[in-house]
Design a protein around this ligand. Structure first.
Ligand code: ADE
Length: 257
């Protein structure tokens, strides 16, 4: 996958040399280039922002450098990338969106700062490429850089060949609309706490059932919104009993089945 990132703080992206993302880059799974937006300014101060029309606090990023940056990185004659713009006004980043992005051949991130980017940049870009505004959550950051680090990490680990154990993708939180069950490793007893006996039983059927029940109970306690969004046909009889015990009665029509 090719990824271009445009920012006025290219230094923010130094961590992308590290750890598994660094390895994905070294291994050729991710071709990443970070660009300084000020490359596309032409005044001595390399200005990228100005006061908002209509008044109000803060500054807005001017359209000209962004227009030139997008022209350079997504030339009209080439296959268009998918443009991603991190903003608290965007659609929430979910695992489903991460999967969608991992299937794209080329992502282009535009990092806004201050009060954001002049809206005409996004309108103009949308006539040439798909544009998605993405939010990390219901809070406000100084700018999109940290959001890009988060999105890239969520996406890179889904690229084929990046994770050694692909099975872990299937079992992790959010893979099937549930949070993951708690995990344990050696020693079997630590500070008076024992690892649940079922996990040491070697009975894979029982272990899978235990993990499923723990996932259901945890998700009821922490994210009842996720349980409410589960498709009823994904729940077996034991799932429904576990949910009911956890204080989340299944819909009456499901109980009857
Ligand atoms: N930029 C500023 N706040 C943000 C958020 N919550 N998500 C994504 N980008 C942002």
């Amino acid at each position: 996958m090719r990824v271009d990132v445009v920012s006025i703080f290219p230094e923010y992206f130094a961590p992308l040399d590290l750890s598994l993302i660094g390895r994905a880059r070294a291994g050729g799974h991710l071709q990443l280039a970070v660009h300084d937006l000020r490359t596309w300014t032409h005044d001595v101060h390399r200005t990228v922002d100005d006061t908002p029309y209509g008044g109000g606090p803060g500054m807005v990023m001017r359209p000209e450098p962004w227009g030139e940056a997008l022209d350079a990185l997504a030339p009209p004659e080439a296959d268009p990338p998918r443009l991603l713009v991190p903003t608290p006004a965007g659609a929430p980043l979910t695992q489903a969106l991460a999967h969608e992005l991992a299937a794209e051949p080329h992502l282009l991130f535009a990092c806004g700062r201050y009060e954001g980017i002049d809206q005409r940049v996004l309108e103009h870009a949308a006539s040439r490429m798909p544009v998605t505004e993405v939010s990390l959550g219901d809070y406000v950051l100084f700018g999109g850089e940290v959001a890009v680090l988060v999105i890239l990490e969520a996406v890179t680990r889904l690229l084929p060949g990046v994770l050694g154990n692909v099975g872990s993708l299937d079992e992790e939180s959010h893979a099937h609309g549930l949070l993951e069950a708690p995990m344990y490793t050696k020693p079997a007893a630590w500070r008076g706490q024992e690892v649940p006996a079922v996990l040491r039983s070697g009975d894979h059927g029982k272990i899978a059932r235990w993990r499923r029940d723990e996932a259901l109970v945890r998700t009821v306690a922490r994210r009842p919104d996720m349980v409410a969004a589960l498709a009823p046909e994904c729940l077996d009889r034991q799932d429904r009993a576990t949910l009911e015990q956890a204080g989340f009665p299944a819909a009456p029509s499901d109980v009857a089945k």
